[in-house]
Design a protein around this ligand. Sequence first.
Ligand SMILES: NC(=O)c1ccc[n+]([C@@H]2O[C@H](COP(=O)([O-])OP(=O)(O)OC[C@H]3O[C@@H](n4cnc5c(N)ncnc54)[C@H](O)[C@@H]3O)[C@@H](O)[C@H]2O)c1
Length: 271
Amino acid sequence: MSELFSIEGKIILISGATGVLGSSMAKYLAQNGARVLVLGRNKAKVDGLVSEIVGNNGKAFPLQADVTDENQLKEVSKSVDRAFGKLDVLINAAGGNLPGAVIGPDQEFTDAKIEELRKVMELNYMGTFIPTMVFLPLMLKDNKGSILNISSMTAQRPLTRVLGYGSAKAAIDNLTQWLAVEFCQKYGNGIRVNAIAPGFFLTKQNRSLLTEQDGNLTDRGAKIIAQTPMKEFGQPEDLHGVIHWLCSDASRFVTGTIVPVDGGFNAFSGV
Ligand SMILES: NC(=O)c1ccc[n+]([C@@H]2O[C@H](COP(=O)([O-])OP(=O)(O)OC[C@H]3O[C@@H](n4cnc5c(N)ncnc54)[C@H](O)[C@@H]3O)[C@@H](O)[C@H]2O)c1
């Protein structure tokens, strides 16, 4: 691989690393020579993924914290500092949705569950904000780093039903752009902040919304496929190329962007 795209030896911390998309990224980045710091809440799952990566001759290290808990993250940051002395890439992949923050077909706006909506905002927005705040000093040690947030198709044009999650992801887009500008102005050009906006990937988060028990598409799933020029859902592997590029120096002049990985969904007006 050309030097431009090399991620050999880079220290890459992934939150939500044991999830569907996070674990796929973690394994891919380790296969390509990165040292992957696997952050999750569940020790058994974290250790399992680390063993799998190490068993395949990759380099991976376990870290345990809740991404909304500043004190736990500070402890993690100290241990990363002791072990590596810096951080090259932070991928904020922890996130998700809750039923009470979704308005079902037979519900009204006033049926939204405020507590669940708060939790969705807390996990997605604060769970991106706090790790960025806590781990930034490790990147400032050599004024070089890439921060990667995970947005969604529902951030820029809201999707029906997905009320709280859409608001939280829209806030992540805004934060991504705000941080990109702030870090250039305060620290020079070394710290970049970007997001990827995955299209529709069949995962546990949305499988029941998009497919029936027998695997056929729901009405919503069919509408999404009709609106996707490539006429398919994404696979976790479809994120690897963009993640790799944003982790590497090949994206040196790229900051404040939100890259859709969506089979064309975002570009298509439906006509
Ligand atoms: N699956 C999709 O189609 C899709 C589309 C767009 C965006 N996304 C986003 O991609 C990211 C990964 O999604 P996924 O599909 O892999 O979901 P997932 O549920 O498989 O993974 C999310 C991970 O985050 C972890 N997590 C949840 N709360 C946490 C907390 N408080 N502290 C630490 N970890 C916590 C979970 O344990 C899980 O391992 C999320 O931000 C999600 O919103 C997913």
